[in-house]
Design a protein around this ligand. Sequence first.
Ligand SMILES: Nc1ncnc2c1ncn2[C@@H]1O[C@H](COP(=O)(O)OP(=O)(O)OP(=O)(O)O)[C@@H](O)[C@H]1O
Ligand SMILES: [Mg+2]
Length: 328
Amino acid sequence: MVSGASNKPLLVMQGIRVVFQARSGLLRTVPVTAVDGVSLAIAPGETVAVLGESGSGKTTLGRVSLRLLRPTGGRVFFEGKDITGLNEAHLKAFRRQAQGIFQDPFSSLDPHMNIQQILAEPLIVHGVDRAKRPELLEWALEQVRLTPAGDYLPKFPHTLSGGQRQRVGIARALVLRPRYIVADEPVSMVDASSRAEILYLLRELQDRHHIAFLYITHDIATARHFSHRIAVMYLGRVVELGPSAGVINEPLHPYTQALIGAVPEPDPANRLRMRPTIAGEPPDPSHIPPGCRFHPRCPVAVAGKSESIDPELREVRPGHFVACHRYV
Ligand SMILES: Nc1ncnc2c1ncn2[C@@H]1O[C@H](COP(=O)(O)OP(=O)(O)OP(=O)(O)O)[C@@H](O)[C@H]1O
Ligand SMILES: [Mg+2]
């Protein structure tokens, strides 16, 4: 598999920080630091998986990379162009190149539109010539194996299975022929029988069209099969980043080690799914611990350091980075 590392990056995020003001009681708000200084570059055709427990900031980072959300701090570049502060009018060219596939195939498709309307909408928004549209719709449905296209175009989402709806969601993301797709837990709400097929399909699209993916998941097994590199997030920070095989076979960060050491599930469909096996309180992004943010739960914290100094992400093997005091 290509690592894509030698290519010029397609998408670059530099020092991304996102702070939300969350409600706490009736009148008060508390700052929630969902993403806290993440830098990540994705090459054309490369897939980077983002792994981490619930609340670690994966979706927020994905939304920033699509500029659905403007970060509180840091910069986003696409094809070398700074898109951090652009308004919708100036984001139009980017929107054509960057798409999302979301978790919930039931709420992400408008129930009042048929498949033809759902797929044509992005083409209309981006001013694609009317005469070219039917061919593109057919092409997109073929890519996701909803064929013959004519059978599906007049259907409404409620008449489709969850797996078929997610295929429509993927077709909609593809129809403008993007270069970058964020797939945020694309199969977690799809019935188990369709999961493997849909992941296989995404893998095929990745190879065939040289699309870069940010693949957000809880599932270590699919991250390994589907991605070139894995970024492990903990409390808004990337704590480990490296080639997928390296991160899975030789995890460096104690958090990654704990995730991967999770007791295998007897059910093969769930095997290697991340389970909360880590001791201590679940992390709270409104109270990020000082020093290494993982230290209160870390079995190998370095006394005198971990509780006061925030470790930087350092390259300790070629292309394999970790933020941990044990690797100095
Ligand atoms: N719009 C918002 N307003 C306030 N807080 C938010 C908002 N969106 C996310 N958060 C908070 O930011 C943190 C990170 O959320 P995010 O959805 O990015 O996590 P995640 O890693 O995608 O989790 P999951 O695996 O459950 O999808 C969470 O504590 C969440 O409650
Ligand atoms: Mg999420």
